[in-house]
Write a protein that binds this ligand. Structure first.
Ligand code: 5AD
Length: 348
């Protein structure tokens, strides 16, 4: 199977499970190894705040969830995470959080520039949602170089099923293109098996990403959170796919993305590790080449519950790095701790 054979009809057939997964994963792995070898890049995830002004129907840290202890890390706590992470070998810090108005441009820029100054050999990645172009520009000037903002759904219709009417796909896309124009390495992505999502929606996501050409692509299975409208609903349409189906579909889509975006940095996500103990390893074997262990303080981790049963100890935590290294090696890959920038055709 060569890249040229991956037209949309074939992709749909693969996603529906009509073809051999073995061939698919072998092809994805071949492509990944031809560009990135057996390297698995580490990113230290720091969950800076679970306050959020939005009310996404799927997300556990949505504004209307009163069943959650809210927290935010101050700059010293964030910096502490970086210090520990640096000692452990991390060279990328991902500051992720809900859309928390406390993190004004001034506050966030101060934090970013301090990390950038103290760790010039590290990359600062932000994942703090939709902001103005000016804000993205200022954060870039402060030293942030990568930005993760999943588009969630490229279909207007599905975007509207997943989000309340005060959010819009148009603004999400505006943000992604602004980030790109400013010069960030940009990450897009989506949840697999979300309520209302069909294979045709996934094809739309792929089409959109072919236009955007993201440097990073984050996908993981949708997981229910009890204190959300989808989690509370007993309606069939609010459930999303069954567990096994979600796992299969996620790793098939991972492999397809590796084939279509050979140079992309693609994480084997926490959600994938949560849905199945082998999920992380399966993700790597299907073409993923990034893992994002959690560097957040222990008491923050359990509060950053975007879905139920989220992993945050063991190999999932930065402290469990030895265990993670072993798991990655058993899957046939090797953890590397360098900055791990995206490789591009033109930089070869
Ligand atoms: N299940 C899986 N992923 C989720 N996210 C948010 N809520 C859930 C959930 N219930 C994902 C979204 C978001 C990312 C940080 O986490 O895609 O962009």
């Amino acid at each position: 199977m060569g890249t040229e054979t991956l037209d949309f009809k074939t992709i749909k057939q693969i996603l529906s499970g009509a073809d051999s997964d073995e061939n698919l994963f072998a092809e994805a792995d071949r492509i990944r190894r031809s560009i990135y070898g057996d390297a698995v890049y580490l990113r230290g995830l720091i969950e800076i705040s679970n306050h959020c002004k939005n009310n996404c129907y799927y997300c556990g840290i949505r504004a209307d969830n009163t069943n959650l202890t809210r927290y935010r890390l101050d700059k010293d706590a964030i910096f502490d995470c970086c210090r520990k992470g640096y000692e452990l070998g991390f060279r990328t810090f991902v500051l992720q959080g809900g859309e928390d108005p406390y993190f004004t441009d001034d506050r966030l820029c101060e934090i970013v520039s301090k990390i950038h100054e103290c760790y010039p050999d590290c990359a600062v990645t932000l994942s703090v949602g939709e902001r103005s172009r000016e804000s993205y520009q200022r954060l870039f000037e402060a030293g942030a170089r990568r930005y993760l903002l999943r588009h969630e759904a490229a279909s207007e219709e599905l975007y509207g099923v997943l989000h309340p009417s005060d959010m819009s796909l148009a603004n999400r896309l505006r943000c992604l293109y602004d980030l790109k124009e400013i010069g960030y390495q940009v990450g897009a992505g989506l949840m697999v098996g979300a309520p209302g999502q069909t294979l045709d929606h996934l094809l739309e996501d792929i089409r959109f990403m072919e236009k955007l050409q993201p440097d990073m692509i984050g996908i993981g299975p949708y997981l229910r959170h009890a204190d959300t409208p989808f989690g509370r609903s007993s309606a069939k349409c609010a459930q999303g796919l069954e567990k096994e189906q979600k796992l299969q579909l996620t790793i098939r889509l991972l492999a397809i993305l590796r084939i279509l975006f050979p140079y992309a940095l693609i994480p084997s996500t926490t959600a994938l590790g949560t849905i199945d103990p082998e999920g992380r390893a399966l993700g790597l074997k299907a073409g993923a080449n990034v893992i994002m262990p959690n560097l957040s303080p222990a008491d923050a981790r359990e509060k950053y519950a975007i879905y139920n049963n989220k992993l945050y100890t063991g190999a999932e935590s930065a402290q469990g790095i030895a265990l993670l290294r072993k798991q990655v090696e058993e899957a046939g890959y090797r953890i590397v701790t360098d900055i791990g920038d995206v490789k591009r055709k033109d930089s070869q």
